[in-house]
Design a protein. Sequence first.
Length: 627
Amino acid sequence: MSPATTTLSSSRRPERLAITAVRPTVMAGQYPAKRVLDDIVHFSAIIVCDGHESIAAELELTSPTGVERIVPMVREVGYQFTADIALTELGGYEFAISGWIDRAATLQSKITRKAAAGQPTSNEEIELQQLGDTPTSDRVSSRTQRIVVDRLMASFGAWYEFFPRSTGSGDSPGTLRTSIDRLDYVRDAGFDIVYFPPIHPIGREHRKGADNNVNAAPHDVGSPWAIGAAEGGHTAIHPELGTIDDFDALVSAANERGLEIALDIALQCSPDHPWVTEHPEWFAIRPDGSIAYAENPPKQYQDIVPFDFDSEAWPALWEALADVVRYWRSHGIRVFRVDNPHTKPFRFWEWMIAELKRDDPGIIFLAEAFAHPDVMLQLSRVGFSVSYTHFPWQHSPRDIEQYFTLLAEGDNIEHFRSSAWVNTPDILTAELQQGLRQVFVSRLILASTLSASYGVYGPVFELQVARAVREGSEEYAGTEKFQVRSWDLDAPDSLYGLMARMNEIRRTHTSLQHDRSLLFHHCSNPTTVAYTKTAPERVRSSVIADTVDDASDDVILVIVNTDHWNPQETNVRIELPDIGFEWDERYEAHDLITGAIYEWAGPDNFVRLDPWVHPAHVLALRRKAVR
């Protein structure tokens, strides 16, 4: 309250306390913070008062099921008050922090100090007795803020993408049934989520041919993202892939193997989607009477027409799109990868995600938002569980450190969860196009350790497919986006074994199961990047508890040579106190990939990495046993 608006004649005396710096918070409480099930949340606030009064505080926490809990807060250094609470329910929590003057404690402190100084305390003792039932005063509360608690998979998960139609044999295209045969391959590599591109009928009008050719041949199968044909739209399955019974069998088979199926939600249509004729009011009509197709000049997508979210019929459109997700949720899908969410209104996502999480707080949405970080962060604030990042284009140690530091700065760490993908059907970077095995190895190690959530588009990744459709393009030659492919999964040079090993390391080391402790360390050689992660303050989830070993809380140090052609040497300076070690401590560095053990001491240690042998270390730092 400013002096200009203070009413001196008010019946209530102005407060003497102020509460600031409430944590966790996102945009001063405008949006919810995020955690996963069983996370221990560190609540804190600065509470100050004039004079030398004793202050007390408490946390008022309401669970998703409405259970209210009052937790006393502890005064730490200065005027900071804290409380650590494990959040054990899925859904939305609400919390506020209250502070007040503890008049009894204030008087007792004064009595103690005066007595120690040999001064009389009789007046204070009388005042203490006169407090009676009012030992406190001047209670103030912070604004109510929110925390959304998700399943662990929203933060920690390994994604594997493949096209069902490319799981066939010989001249026979794959189906949902043949995709079941691919599940053991994915499970044995340690992945958690199988992600499919759209499985719906594909439009015939303006269908694209091989390699994105605008003139399709009669046999061309088209892009799965051109959704809808006479056979149906977003709740139909392409007849060549199978039926809804086949889909249900696939979901069941995945669940039996400990996998989850993620479906693509692409909110767009082919020109012959049934909605185009049934609901023309949902689309933008051009001056010549045609429905506008999608374009991002100079790119044109003649086989796709976008929805008009500015249409006067937007309420019905929003409900219809939410019903699409509800339909697949009714068939066992709880994980969705959303195509191009940054081209749809933020308010739509905020509404739809809230609606769907109200029915199932464990539902997960991955944003495919290769947009400016400000846009990615806003999509996270309005409800997306996790997001793709610009990791594919961060190559140098400097770029990697700056980018991942940006994602964690300020209150971004309270809500944004990154998912580092090494490649996608749209992204074959120039770095990967070199075709060097060590490039794929180093990118896999970086992705799977920088981010608790990461993904690969396979099997082109493990087979190190590196040929672009033309120079300067990031499109794969012969891309599966427009044609059926077959793959030799038993190729001797496959990276399948390394993928399995990295996923095993991630699953047995809780340090890699979150991003909140990511810390970069200085390397004397600018071609080398080094960073650590430490174990989270989390009550062990039952999902993970059965798979961790005694070394699950090791500090993990990753060192990567980003020069793919030459051996490099560097001195790595580890900020030991920041990871729980003493400056002069002796410890062992266990290479979790090669099995080598290095004896190190103090913060500065020498490393040599030859990309033609192995371009990276993934090291578990362990104290030396006392003999």
